[in-house]
Design a protein around this ligand. Structure first.
Ligand code: PLP
Length: 399
């Protein structure tokens, strides 16, 4: 079979590939701890599941409107107003099959071949693959751990060209947990004010998972003058442990939302009606579980930070949010395993940890961060503690 050429620059999801490999190892009887996948280990809260059940019983089983049900779009608009200080009308809101489809729709609706999309490394791998798939050009801007992996206004300005169409901002970020204060967002906004053709996609899907009493500020709230060219992306996957329900949403300029709705109408139509009812309950119901999940993720972040402190060869700048830890493994590269294999890069380090002690991590190169490996902290504390012990014992065997 002949596969379309456009797929050449598209990588399968890095975390899904690692998890598939972990399953293969587990299938042959190995004891595997899979810390690859980016999904909360908690169950979806009961009242959300109940709402889905009630919707199915009540007959909400027909094609929903492509843009999303009016009830959910109104709830999303309320959420943006209440939690983020953003004013959005329901016609400026779209509901999609996961935030990933929102990203896809936004880029599909706007990119011409050769248009540049600015990505801040380390970045969620789908930004690059979707851009490539649609004929755009990902332009990756490097950041440094000592700057909290944040984009500076100077680096932003230096990366903008006449072809720049989007800046994709993600905070708290996957995989580094980078966070921006209101002032830092404003600094970026000041640069963007000088480039009226550049749009901002602010992916805020981890907004509820922030640590150390930090306040989360939405990009469009910090930079209201850029509201008419900002798409604020969010979803229920991470905040409400609803990855499998596949509901993401966004607010942005009505013209963009309309174009994205056109794309969606020929791709998936409206997102699952039952899942939309569940998302409605998530956004409008009790929020206790959101806080509970965040407390658990912060405790696990501390556990991993503490463990990495004890392991010579790994380092970690503590993530400010999200549920990942991006561990620097530069000092392990060039070292030899007991079998005599030299670790040549982050992929080699990840493979060594999987093969020697059965811990599955994602190589940082998947996120434009070679010499790092990503650990997901979305597992029980005891599992994480055991994984960190196994990692320490594996590293102790390197010469
Ligand atoms: C930064 C970021 N954005 C978007 C998504 C996609 O989320 P969803 O499950 O809503 O498609 C993910 C999932 O890992 C993510 O890490």
């Amino acid at each position: 079979m002949r596969v379309a050429g456009r797929l050449a620059a598209v990588q399968p999801s890095a975390s899904a590939s690692v998890s598939a490999m972990a399953k293969e190892f587990a299938g042959v009887g190995r004891s595997i701890i899979d810390l690859g996948m980016g999904e909360p280990d908690f169950a979806t809260p009961g009242h959300i599941v109940d709402a889905a059940h009630a919707a199915a019983i009540a007959g909400q089983t027909k094609y929903p409107p492509t843009q999303g049900t009016m009830a959910l779009r109104a709830a999303v608009a309320d959420k943006f107003e209440r939690e983020n200080g953003l004013a959005a009308l329901p016609n400026q809101v779209i509901v999609s099959t996961g935030a990933k489809q929102v990203l896809f729709g936004a880029l599909m609706a706007t990119l011409e071949p050769g248009d540049e999309v600015l990505l801040i490394a380390p970045h969620f791998d789908s930004y690059r693959s979707i851009t490539n798939l649609l004929g755009g050009v990902p332009v990756v801007i490097a950041t440094r751990p000592e700057d909290g992996f944040r984009l500076s206004s100077e680096a932003l300005e230096a990366a903008i060209t006449a072809r720049t169409r989007w800046l994709i901002l993600n905070h708290p970020s996957n995989p580094a947990g980078a966070m921006y204060s209101e002032d830092q967002l404003r600094d970026l906004g000041e640069v963007l004010m000088r480039y009226p053709d550049v749009m901002v996609l602010s992916d805020e899907i981890y907004e509820h998972i922030v640590f150390d009493d930090r306040a989360f500020t939405s990009f469009a709230a910090a930079c209201p003058d850029l509201m008419d060219r900002t798409l604020t992306v969010n979803g229920v996957s991470k905040a409400y442990a609803m990855t499998g329900w596949r509901i993401g949403y966004a607010a942005g300029p009505a013209e963009l939302i309309e174009a994205m709705t056109t794309v969606q109408s020929q791709a998936t139509s409206g997102a699952s009606s039952i899942s939309q009812a569940a998302a409605l309950a998530a956004l409008t119901g009790p929020q206790d579980s959101v806080t509970e999940f965040c407390t658990a993720f912060e405790r696990r972040r501390d556990l991993v930070v503490h463990a990495v402190d004890q392991i010579k060869g790994l380092s970690l700048s503590p993530p400010g949010g999200a549920f990942y830890a991006l561990m620097e493994c530069r000092d392990l590269i060039g070292r030899r395993t007991p079998e005599g294999v030299t670790l040549i890069d982050d992929v080699g380090v990840a493979m060594f940890l999987l093969e020697s002690v059965g811990v599955a991590l994602v190589p940082g190169s998947a996120y434009a961060a070679p010499s790092f490996v990503r650990i997901s902290t979305a597992s029980a504390d005891s599992v994480l503690a055991e994984a960190m012990e196994r990692i320490a014992s594996a590293i102790a065997q390197l010469s």
